[in-house]
Design a protein around this ligand. Structure first.
Ligand SMILES: Nc1nc2c(ncn2[C@@H]2O[C@H](COP(=O)(O)OP(=O)(O)OP(=O)(O)O)[C@@H](O)[C@H]2O)c(=O)[nH]1
Length: 324
């Protein structure tokens, strides 16, 4: 062999070539290890792994890599690495937060035949914590932005956008399940006078107190939203006329008796209520051709008509339209 040329791979003796490969694997900026797929014994663990998880000694892979793990991990990927005949079936890529150091890794796992013929798992795990942290922060920011986009700033209730978004789904669900659904609209009476007499900030305080009182009277599936100004709407899934009327009257009573205190002065507000019901329990028929198909827009329009009637007939009362 000419003196200055590197040796060809086939000229290197096996012991040297093992060392050459180990040198490469030990230089990688990623965990590389090999574990017996039956016994979980660690057969190879590179220097990167040792620097993070320590020396393997006689530990099983799960004892070495995971916190407090005394038996094979539930999330062990071994079953994913072999086909139904028990033969290696390619690379499986997954992401995982290590239970010992809390860092995120992208793992590339593969079953291979070891030098003595047994099946082993080789894993190459790259630290992706920085990318994952940014991803999680973006997800949280998106969730926060979505929540803000749905929320009325003053009262913390759902806003008009969220009311239609979620409300349409509730109406569709009620239609599918053939359940009654009620819609209530209410509007604070002579609210301009409250602002004029007590000031805009006092008006804000009153709106918060009134809506809190209303929210406290509702069930978890009910949807209360501020549509704008001093106007609110409630969707009551699986609620027929009698129950909706009972609730609207309770709300009317609670609001009228709610003391609102501003700078040691106490005053009261009243509200007018409009109510309508979609009786999705009815089958579509010639007698009632449109009973099973009514939109949230239509329900809101009917509730608004009833609310106007309540305003025109003296306020502080509940009016209703016939079932849609
Ligand atoms: N403080 C406060 N006032 C608001 C807010 N939004 C709307 N308003 C006030 O609510 C009042 C609504 O007045 P109108 O629409 O005339 O109704 P009203 O005085 O309540 O009379 P009726 O509805 O007919 O009983 C206006 O003075 C608005 O400025 C708010 O967020 N905070």
């Amino acid at each position: 062999m000419p003196p200055n040329l590197p040796p060809r791979p086939e000229d290197i003796d096996p012991a040297q070539s093992y060392e050459a490969i180990a040198t490469i694997l030990n230089s990688l900026d990623a965990l590389v290890y090999v574990a017996d797929m039956d016994t979980y014994d660690v057969l190879f663990f590179n220097d990167y792994g040792k620097s993070v998880w320590g020396n393997p000694g006689h530990k099983k892979c799960y004892e070495l890599l995971q916190a407090g793990q005394t038996q094979p991990c539930q999330f062990c990927t071994n079953p994913k690495l072999i086909d139904s005949d028990g033969n290696p079936c390619g690379v499986y890529v997954w992401e995982f937060q290590n239970t010992q150091n809390g860092r995120w890794y992208q793992c590339r796992d593969q079953a291979i035949r070891w030098i003595d013929g047994r099946l082993v798992r080789i894993e190459i795990a790259t630290d992706i914590t920085d990318r994952k942290t940014i991803e999680l922060e973006l997800q949280q920011a998106k969730a926060r932005a979505e929540a803000l986009a749905d929320t009325d700033e003053l009262t913390g209730l759902y806003n008009r956008r969220a009311f239609f978004n979620y409300g349409n789904k509730l109406v569709q669900q009620a239609q599918r399940a053939r359940q009654p659904l009620s819609v209530i609209m209410f509007d604070v009476d002579h609210f301009k006078r409250v602002n004029d007499q007590w000031g805009h900030a006092a008006g804000d305080t009153a709106l918060i107190a009134l809506t809190q009182a209303a929210a406290d009277s509702l069930r978890a599936p009910d949807l209360l939203a501020r549509l704008g100004g001093e106007e609110f709407a409630i969707i009551l899934p699986n609620t027929g006329l009698d129950d909706a009327r009972g609730l609207a009257r309770r709300l009317q009573h609670n609001i009228a008796h709610l003391p609102i205190t501003i700078e040691q002065c106490t005053f009261h507000c009243t509200a007018s209520f409009g109510l309508t019901v979609a009786d999705f329990t009815c089958q579509k028929s010639s007698a009632s051709p449109s009973a099973a198909y009514v939109s949230l827009d239509t329900l809101l329009q009917r509730a608004d008509e009833a609310l106007l009637t309540a305003k025109h007939s003296g306020r502080n009362r509940v009016c209703e339209t016939p079932a849609a």
